[in-house]
Design a protein around this ligand. Structure first.
Ligand code: GLN
Length: 295
């Protein structure tokens, strides 16, 4: 067999392989990360990378790709390197001013859609919009169903609101969503309550908790909350009760390992809501969403 000289240009397939080896120790999705980064650099889909896997690359591509791989090796999330992340099948612009959308949060969309069912109108609030992924995905989905939907998207961060607004334009739902800067409901007057639905993915990590390196690149204010991670959840339960209509729904993501502390928190609000917990109810307690129907 002919031996390739060490100076010959690596193929696209070689680069994907090199990238995934380089990331093996730092990422649990090393190959995917490598493919996404090279695809971003070349403007290729993953399928195009495979089709072109034997095509030789240029020295510029090799150098650029190495630089991207190094950023990922230092822990920077792929989404910040590419500036994009997919959520609910839609592509969202992201920047370090916003949390990277997580696939688990799609449960909030599924649950909201079940709640809306055949309703013809919906007035809802997305507390802590970040990239805007939750409310934008929900509005896109409801418009396909010809629902008359209006939303207020709230965030305390002006930079996050800028990102959310650009994503709303990208998905052509900017007429349906109004953005407001506020500390949860403090300062929000855009659509008058009562609302049919309130959704939130607030900060819920206990500041004492050990967290993976990737998280150090994301905005602290979007991740960590006092009171063992439950301060914002408590404030949202509290402030939402007077703003939800009777029979309206509150959905709050609370992440992992919170079921025990939720058992202490939720009884304080049981006169206002009928609660159930969604998500992973295994022993590991990996993911929970609080579902509260306003009494
Ligand atoms: N709502 C956004 C999301 O779910 C941002 C959440 C946050 O910043 N905590 O990704």
């Amino acid at each position: 067999m002919e031996k390739r000289s060490s100076s010959s240009a690596p193929t696209i397939g070689d680069l994907v392989h090199r990238g995934s080896l380089a990331l093996a120790g730092v990422s649990s999705s090393a190959r995917l990360d490598s493919e996404v980064l090279l695809g971003h650099l070349l403007g290729y889909s993953r399928t195009q990378l495979i089709v072109n896997s034997t095509t030789p690359s240029t020295s510029e591509v090799v150098a650029h790709f190495s630089a991207l791989i190094e950023r990922r090796q230092r822990g920077e999330p792929v989404a910040y390197i590419t500036g994009e992340r997919e959520f609910w099948g839609l592509s969202f612009a992201v920047s370090p001013a916003v949390l990277v959308p997580r696939p688990e949060s799609e449960l909030l969309i599924e649950e909201s859609l079940t709640f809306v069912g055949e309703k013809q109108t919906l007035r809802f609030v997305d507390l802590g919009v970040g990239s805007g992924c939750l409310s934008i995905a929900l509005v896109v989905e409801l418009m396909r169903r010809r629902c008359d939907v209006r939303c207020v998207g709230v965030d305390i961060s002006y930079e996050a609101l800028q990102v959310a607004q650009s994503n709303a334009k990208r998905h052509d739902v900017h007429k349906q969503i109004t953005y407001a800067q506020g500390n949860w409901f403090q300062g929000v007057q855009e659509i008058k309550p009562p609302y049919d639905l309130i959704i939130a993915n607030p900060p819920y990590i206990d500041p004492e908790e050990q967290v993976p390196l990737d998280l150090s690149f994301e905005p602290r204010g979007a991740l960590f909350a006092e009171e063992r991670g439950l301060r914002d959840v408590r404030e949202i339960l509290d402030q939402s009760s007077s703003r939800l209509r009777s029979g309206g729904l509150l959905l709050v993501e609370v992440g992992a390992g919170k079921r025990v502390s939720l058992k202490e928190l939720l009884p304080n609000f049981e006169s206002h809501y009928e609660f159930s917990l969604l998500g992973d109810d295994s022993e590991e307690d990996r993911f929970t969403v609080v579902r509260g129907v306003r009494r």
